[in-house]
Ligand binder design. Structure first.
Ligand SMILES: [Zn+2]
Length: 204
């Protein structure tokens, strides 16, 4: 398309690199920005830059954080003996939305998937073992999608943690949730955590 402006063209190309944004939507957004109060556009730009430059990952749980420790880990009122293990950051957000869980989290950054070349070493496991070894943790709740990869990850983790005196449980599976935690409705997700059961490896 001929935008007749190099400035517009570059903005469109940059916007179109975002997921779900095609060239047409990118152009609509760019034209909208042109019409907006320059101050507002500046606020938008500054917010994005600030976020990208300053966002960190919590040194304990790997959740998004504004400092070395995230707000959840730094909160003394939360139950530090409980760790909920999840695949990703959006799972933490989904569980927090339920308002029913008062423990801490551990974000793995994925699940073990040999077909995709993702082995245990690609996940945040060492930091989880360290947290458990410190002795304050009494229960690990596996809130991981019940896919083959998810089950493999839970099985692997339970083996690795065997030597520690820590209870391992899995969130209730009787209630259906769409495969991924972030798509579960708040009530169902909250309930499935409350109704968690001790983990037993199949055939064990
Ligand atoms: Zn944290």
């Amino acid at each position: 398309m001929n935008y007749s402006s190099k400035l517009i063209e570059e903005a469109v190309q940059a916007l179109a690199t975002l997921p779900g944004i095609g060239k047409k939507t990118a152009l609509r957004l760019a034209l909208h920005l042109v019409k907006m109060d320059p101050e507002w556009t500046e606020r938008l730009g500054t917010a994005l830059l600030d976020m990208r430059r300053n966002i960190q990952f919590c040194q304990d749980c790997h959740h998004l954080s504004d400092g070395p420790l995230c707000q959840i880990c730094a909160d003394a009122r939360r139950d530090h003996s409980l760790i909920c293990v999840v695949e990703g950051i959006r799972d933490v957000m989904a569980i927090e939305e339920t308002g029913q869980y008062r423990g801490l989290y551990h974000v793995l950054g994925g699940v073990i998937s040999p077909l995709d070349g993702i082995g245990p070493e690609a996940l945040h496991l060492d930091s989880l073992y360290q947290r458990v070894a410190q002795g304050e943790v009494s229960e690990i709740i596996m809130a991981i999608s019940p896919t083959i990869e998810g089950e493999t990850t839970i099985f692997y983790l339970s083996r690795q943690l065997q030597s520690h005196p820590v209870k391992i449980s899995v969130i209730a599976r009787g209630v259906s949730f769409g495969g991924e935690l972030e798509y579960a409705d708040e009530l169902t997700l909250g309930r499935s955590i409350a109704a968690r059961a001790p983990y037993k490896a199949e055939g064990a």
